[in-house]
Design a protein around this ligand. Structure first.
Ligand code: NOJ
Length: 534
């Protein structure tokens, strides 16, 4: 009897252990899932992303005017090491070499932005700088000659400083006219070859960083969000965003009326799109997750798809949330052909309606919620080199699914995904970056298998560059950029991405390292040859 009881107990424990191991193996398998190029549809774009201020440099060359970032970075204490983008990666002068790097990777798309101050140093009251136009023409032509599709973002954080001083930046409705003028010049000059346009990159992030936290120019904020010399964090982000969204809609209408009939391109907008999960397994935190998504992602996309702000926002803000006129709603509705998702990480969300929250989480502008990367001291995923950026691959599938459901599965691009490492001790041997991309791509492949209409994936970034307030202290590139010589050197991740794009399931680190010949700018045909031998 006793023996039988012992046996049963053993059997029970064994079964629990077995089920647990299977469960563990399953979850491990999900993270370790091998991802291959062949899991993505034909015609899928695999590209890299940059933006003008972050890579171009040449801040006063060939007639360029000063941008708000040229100006802002001169203020001591704003940027790590008081650095700036005066030289950045000198992409303005090295663009041919950089196109070679992209070609070596085997990418078929490059997402870059146009420096507004290079094209219109004085905004719409001045003339067009022809040498600015020539630069982007050369860039576009050379990309196309290598089979690389240009994806052009018209506005990615930097604007002529004169628009800040003369007009009041995005807080002023005048910026809508300024933006439309700028876009018309872009369409006119480049639209015969550019088929994919993004009007504005991350207006949601720009509005919050410029007018809520005061960390981006023009550095407006108020307590408890920060101590700026001017600003109103509760209201100004809403006004800045409102002007950007209307500017977007006006530009799209102009494109569709005057340029599309001849140029036949696609136009979209890109949002900063983290995923969120409830901090506590409770209804109130699950509701807060819905609000977090509405206040970030849907804040950008609802207006341009449905013509108005998300109901969740109206509910929290009431009258202080600006209203679109009937004409504006009509312009906004359906004003994109595709959705651009910049996805990096997932955070926990805590409700602040029913629980007390410090540091502004109890304000409408925050959606009555707080976000955190930690639950009981345990991070939501492996931390990376930036606060709030964790390795949470499942978030990719979830955010794509959210966008798919909310916007009826309209065409999507992952316009940015990437990471900076926790330590830069051996930045060239960036196995963690390879794991990051592999696991996020595997998650994206799952979303696509479930029917999501995703048409491209862009790595942020092709090379290390100026990471805004972090200056050059955070590196996101597949290529390492030496800050003294500006020499570009492929990291291990560059070799892996090239190998992945060529649909090579071979992921052995030694082989990739050998093939990528770390200390010189290599052409990945060496890698291809190795793959062919196998
Ligand atoms: C999104 C922004 O668009 C880009 O400019 C930035 O460098 C990356 N996130 C990484 O933070």
């Amino acid at each position: 009897m006793e023996l039988r009881g012992g046996n049963l107990c053993f059997l029970y424990l064994f079964s629990v252990f077995f089920i647990f191991s299977v469960f563990l193996a399953q979850s491990f398998k999900q993270d370790e899932e091998q991802v291959q190029r062949s899991q993505f549809p034909d015609g899928f774009f695999f590209g890299t992303s940059t933006s003008s201020y972050q890579v171009e440099g040449a801040y006063l060359e060939d007639g360029k005017g000063l941008s708000n970032w040229d100006f802002f970075t001169q203020i001591p204490g704003k940027i790590a090491d008081d650095d700036n983008g005066e030289v950045a990666d000198d992409h303005y002068n090295r663009y041919l070499e950089d196109i070679e790097l992209m070609h070596s990777l085997g990418t078929n798309a490059y997402r870059f932005s146009v420096s507004w101050a290079r094209i219109l140093p004085d905004g719409m009251l001045g003339s067009v700088n022809p040498r600015g136009i020539i630069f982007y023409n050369k860039l576009i032509d050379n990309l196309l000659s290598k089979g690389i599709e240009p994806f052009v973002t018209i506005h990615h954080h930097d604007l002529p400083q004169v628009l800040e001083q003369r007009d009041g930046g995005w807080l002023s409705p005048v910026l809508r006219e300024e933006f439309v003028h700028f876009t018309s010049i872009c369409f006119e000059s480049f639209g015969d070859r550019v088929k994919y346009w993004v009007t504005i990159n991350e207006p949601n992030m720009m509005a919050k960083f410029a007018y809520l936290k005061g960390l981006y120019p023009p550095a407006h904020c108020s307590p408890p969000f920060g101590n700026c010399s001017t600003g109103n964090s509760d209201i100004e982000p809403l006004i800045g965003m409102h002007n950007m969204l209307i500017a977007h809609a006006m530009a799209v209408e102009m494109y569709r009326t005057f340029f599309w009939p001849k140029q036949n391109g696609f136009i979209g907008i890109v949002a900063h799109a983290f995923m969120y999960e409830p901090l506590r397994d409770e209804e109130r935190d699950r509701d807060a997750v819905d609000r977090a998504l509405a206040f970030n992602v849907a804040w950008t996309f609802d207006p341009v798809v449905y013509g108005d702000y998300p109901a969740e926002m109206r509910h929290c803000h009431g009258l202080e949330l600006p209203r679109f006129s009937a004409k504006e709603k009509q312009l906004l509705r359906g004003s994109i052909d595709f959705i651009g998702v910049n996805h990096y990480s997932t955070l926990y969300v805590k409700d602040c309606i029913h629980s007390p929250c410090p540091s502004g989480g109890d304000r409408p502008i925050m959606g009555f919620l707080n976000t955190t990367g930690y639950r009981d001291g345990v991070p939501i995923g492996e931390p990376t080199g930036l606060d709030d950026f964790f390795l949470v691959p499942r978030g990719m599938e979830k955010i794509i699914d959210y966008v798919k459901q909310r916007y009826n599965n309209m065409p999507m691009f992952v316009t940015e995904n990437g990471c900076t490492l926790q330590t830069q001790e051996n930045e060239l041997e960036d196995g963690d970056r390879i794991n990051f991309h592999k696991s996020y791509l595997a998650s994206l492949a799952r979303a696509i298998r479930s029917g999501a209409d995703v048409r491209g994936y862009f790595v942020w970034s092709v090379m290390d560059n100026f990471e805004w307030i972090n200056g050059y202290t955070k590196r996101f590139g597949l290529y390492y950029v030496d800050r003294e010589t500006l020499e570009r050197t492929p990291k291990l991740s560059a070799g892996w991405f090239a190998s992945f794009i060529r649909n090579n399931s071979h992921n052995d680190r030694e082989e990739i390292r050998a093939a990528s010949g770390h200390n010189k700018t290599i052409i990945f045909s060496q890698l291809e040859a190795k793959v062919a031998e196998m």
